[in-house]
Design a binder for this molecule. Structure first.
Ligand SMILES: Nc1ncnc2c1ncn2[C@@H]1O[C@H](COP(=O)(O)OP(=O)(O)OP(=O)(O)O)[C@@H](O)[C@H]1O
Length: 258
C-alpha cells in the first residue's frame, strides 16, 4: 500500500563468513498485513538474512528497522519480545515434551513475567499461567493440533512438526513472523493445510515473511515476492512479474549450471 510505513525495513545489510560475502548490501521492506515471499537459488543468502534479522548472527553493517525501531545487532530474545519471531528450517525441539509443553515453553518469555513471581506462586503468576494455557489450547485448535496436544512432539508427523513450529512462533504473540521453508518435506495435503493456516495470520494482525522453494505455494500465498540472488535483492513484484523476469530466470539457471 503506498504511503504505509513498512513494518520491516532493511538497508544495505552486510555479512561475511571467513571472507565470503554472503549478504552484500540487502535492501528490502515488508509492508504490514500480508504474506511476503522470499525466494532465490540455493546459497542466495535467504536463511542468513533471517539469521541476521532475528539476531542469531550479528550483521557486519547495515540497518534493520522494525516498526520504526533500529534493532541491528540486538540479541534474539530482545527482538522476539518486540514481536519479531522466526521459525527454523529444521524444526528443533525437546524430545520429551508434549505438544502442550512445547507451546507453553515458547509463550513464557513475556514482558511483565518474573521468575520470582513464578517461584512464589503469586496469584498474578497463577493467572498468567492460566492465560498461557488458554493461549496454548487456542493455538493448538487453530493449527488443528488440539487432538494431539498431550502427545510427545516426537510422535508428530513431519508436517505436524512444521505446524508445531509455527505454533511456537505464534505463542510469542508476534507482529511479524519469519518462516523458513514452512512446508519443506511435507506432503501436498498437509502443505495445503499449512497454507490455509498461514492465510489466516494477516487477519489476526500477524505479518508474514517466508522462504519457500515450492513455487506453487509461493504463487498461491505470497504478494509481493522478493527475489534474492548472490547476497542481494534482485527484484520484487507479484509472482507472475518475477516469474517472467529474465534476470530471475538467469539467476536460477546460473546456479543450476554452476
Ligand atoms: N555460519 C556460517 N558460516 C559460514 N558460512 C555460512 C554460514 N551461514 C551461511 N553461510 C554460507 O552462506 C551462503 C548462503 O547460505 P544461506 O543458507 O543463507 O542461503 P539460502 O539462500 O538460504 O540457501 P538455501 O535455499 O539452500 O537454504 C552459503 O554459501 C553458506 O555456506
Amino acid at each position: 500500500m503506498p504511503g504505509t510505513m513498512p513494518l520491516l525495513e532493511i538497508k544495505d545489510l552486510r555479512r561475511a563468513f571467513y571472507g565470503l560475502d554472503v549478504l552484500r548490501g540487502v535492501d528490502l521492506s515488508v509492508a504490514p498485513g500480508g504474506i511476503t515471499g522470499l525466494i532465490g537459488p540455493n546459497g542466495a543468502g535467504k536463511t542468513t538474512l533471517f539469521n541476521v534479522v532475528s539476531g542469531l548472527v550479528p550483521p557486519d553493517a547495515g540497518s534493520i528497522r522494525f516498526d520504526g525501531e533500529e534493532m541491528a545487532g540486538w540479541a534474539p530474545d530482545r527482538i522476539s519480545r518486540r514481536g519479531l519471531v522466526r521459525t527454523f528450517q529444521v524444526a528443533r525441539g525437546f524430545p520429551k515434551l508434549s505438544v502442550f509443553q512445547h507451546l507453553m515453553l515458547y509463550g513464557r518469555d513475556q514482558p511483565g513475567e518474573s521468575l520470582w513471581q513464578a517461584i512464589v506462586g503469586t496469584r498474578a503468576a497463577r493467572e498468567r499461567e492460566a492465560a498461557l494455557a488458554e493461549r496454548a489450547w487456542e493455538t493448538a485448535r487453530f493449527l488443528k493440533l488440539d487432538r494431539l496436544i498431550d502427545n510427545p512432539a516426537t510422535a508428530l508427523s513431519g508436517g505436524q512438526k512444521k505446524l508445531l513450529e509455527i505454533g511456537r512462533a505464534l505463542m510469542a504473540e508476534p507482529r511479524l513472523v519469519l518462516l523458513d521453508e514452512p512446508t519443506a518435506g511435507v506432503n501436498p495435503t498437509l502443505q495445503n493445510e499449512i497454507g490455509e493456516r498461514l492465510l489466516e495470520l494477516p487477519r489476526r494482525g500477524i505479518t508474514v515473511l517466508l522462504i519457500e522453494h515450492d513455487m506453487g505455494f509461493i504463487a498461491r500465498l505470497c504478494n509481493p515476492v522478493i527475489v534474492m540472488a548472490e547476497g542481494q535483492v534482485l527484484t520484487q513484484g507479484t509472482f507472475d512479474e518475477v516469474r517472467t523476469d529474465h534476470r530471475v530466470r538467469e539467476a536460477y539457471l546460473g546456479r543450476r549450471a554452476a
